[in-house]
Every structure is written in C-alpha cells, then in structure tokens.
Design a protein around this ligand. Structure first.
Ligand SMILES: Nc1ncnc2c1ncn2[C@@H]1O[C@H](COP(=O)(O)OP(=O)(O)OP(=O)(O)O)[C@@H](O)[C@H]1O
Length: 234
C-alpha cells in the first residue's frame, strides 16, 4: 500500500485533533470527508511531514514520516488547503522554481505538460497575483503534480472553481487516480460520487467509516451519501 497509517494522533495543547486513526490506501482516489474541524487537514499535514504527529506512525511509499521525511516528500505532491503561492512570480516561473526544488533535469517539457493538463494555458503568462481564485487553484495543482509523485494529497482541490473548470479538474483527478494514490478532501458530495473509489469519513478526530461508495450505501439502506454523512457525523 502506498499509504499506511497506524494509530496516528495529533494533540494541539489540550485538543486531540486526530485521535488514533489507522487506514491504508493504494492507487485510486480516496475521499477524505468530515465536518469542519474533524481533523482532515491535520492528518494531511502529518502525512506530508508539515507537522509532526504526537503519537502513532505512518508511511508513504514505504518511507516513515518521522524518520524519512525527505523521501516522503519526494514521493508526495501536496495541495494545501489555503494553497499558498508566490504572488509575484509568473506561472511558468513558479513551476520552474518548484522543478528546481525537486532537482528536475530539463523541466521545460514537463512544465508545458502540466500547464496543458491543468488548463493553465490561457493564463500562463500572468503573474500569480493577477490570476483568479480558480486559476490559482490550478497553479497549486500543477505544482503538486509537477514531479510526477506516486501519492497526491489534495486538500479541497476544487474550491473556487467554476462549473466548467470543475469538470476538467475532476477528470484530471480521475485520470491521475488510475495509477496514483490520491487522498482528496472535499465537502462536495457530488464530487465524491464523481471521483472517489473509496471514502473515509472522519468525525471528531476518529474514523467513522472506511469503505467503498457502494459498500457505504449498501450498509446504510441505500441512503444518499449526504444523508449517510449526516448520520455518521451528527
Ligand atoms: N495549529 C493549530 N493549533 C491548535 N488547534 C488547531 C491547529 N490546527 C487545527 N487545530 C484544531 O484541530 C481541529 C482539527 O482541525 P483541522 O483543520 O484538521 O480540521 P478539518 O477537518 O480540516 O476542518 P475543515 O473542514 O474546516 O477544513 C480543529 O478543532 C482545529 O481548531
């Protein structure tokens, strides 16, 4: 499995944000769902080595998040929730900067490829600060996939996209999920139905469900995903 998590816990001061969660993920798109404050982003930050865990362990492509953070980061592409970008950089410049961080040799062709894949073409000559929110989101996604990592951690990747853009980006996620392991958080149930093979529902730091979409439905009397979510998290 590309991602393996055992009893992962994060405590901020007095608050247990993630409470001993365990799960595994392999190629495909895993929806990571839960109400606001459930612990989704905190889990993603631990898996990508942005913050240390309080207890438990996890590995990405066989590399331990505490002991081998550089190897983990090499194998992972991360689109954080607030998508921090360098506003003064041009789109291509930002991608070249990220390619340089990954020590990519002759990245020009790969940069052109991800610009095409993420639909950034028409805006590629602008500064990031001049882009609309949806196009900035595409830059974040382009940065995350640039080094062709095996694992993608995408925290609300489609937030701010208009309905036309949504279709393209969701299709890209589905295509990437054919070979890569993708963990995607979203609050849009329609999106889960459109792109996810499996879902984990997290509530108050604990896993409330871990199943395929079909398995989840058949165990819950064929209710809608929205009603299943409400039932498990209220
Ligand atoms: N740096 C921090 N310091 C203290 N508490 C934090 C910190 N980051 C997150 N928390 C708390 O941990 C809990 C989990 O937060 P997290 O951001 O992981 O939730 P989430 O599921 O991603 O929520 P959302 O859907 O709103 O993005 C929340 O109660 C939050 O207030």
């Amino acid at each position: 499995m590309s991602i393996s998590v055992q009893a992962l816990t994060k405590i901020y001061g007095e608050q247990k944000a993630v409470d001993s969660i365990s799960f595994e993920a392999g190629p495909g798109v895993l929806g990571f769902l839960g109400p606001n404050g459930a612990g989704k982003s905190t889990t993603m930050k631990m898996l990508t080595c942005f913050i240390p865990q309080t207890e438990g362990t996890a590995s990405v492509c066989g590399f331990d998040i505490s002991k081998q953070p550089l190897e983990v980061k090499r194998n992972i592409g991360y689109l954080p929730e607030n998508n921090p970008l360098y506003a003064d950089m041009y789109v291509k410049e930002a991608l070249a900067f990220v390619a340089d961080i990954h020590k990519m040799q002759q990245p020009t062709q790969r940069i052109a490829e991800v610009i095409e894949q993420t639909g950034l073409g028409p805006e590629q000559h602008k500064r990031i600060g001049q882009l609309s929110k949806g196009y900035r989101q595409r830059v974040g996604l382009a940065q995350a996939i640039l080094h062709n990592p095996q694992v993608l951690i995408l925290d609300e990747p489609t937030s701010g996209l208009d309905p036309n853009q949504l279709i393209g980006i969701r299709q890209l996620i589905v295509d990437l999920g054919k070979t890569k392991t993708i963990v995607l958080s979203t609050h849009i149930m329609q999106e889960v139905e459109a792109v996810c093979d499996r879902v984990i529902i997290i509530n108050k730091g604990k896993i409330a469900a871990n199943d395929t979409l079909q398995g989840l439905r058949s165990k819950n009397g064929d209710k809608t995903l929205e009603n299943i979510f409400i039932g498990l998290t209220n």
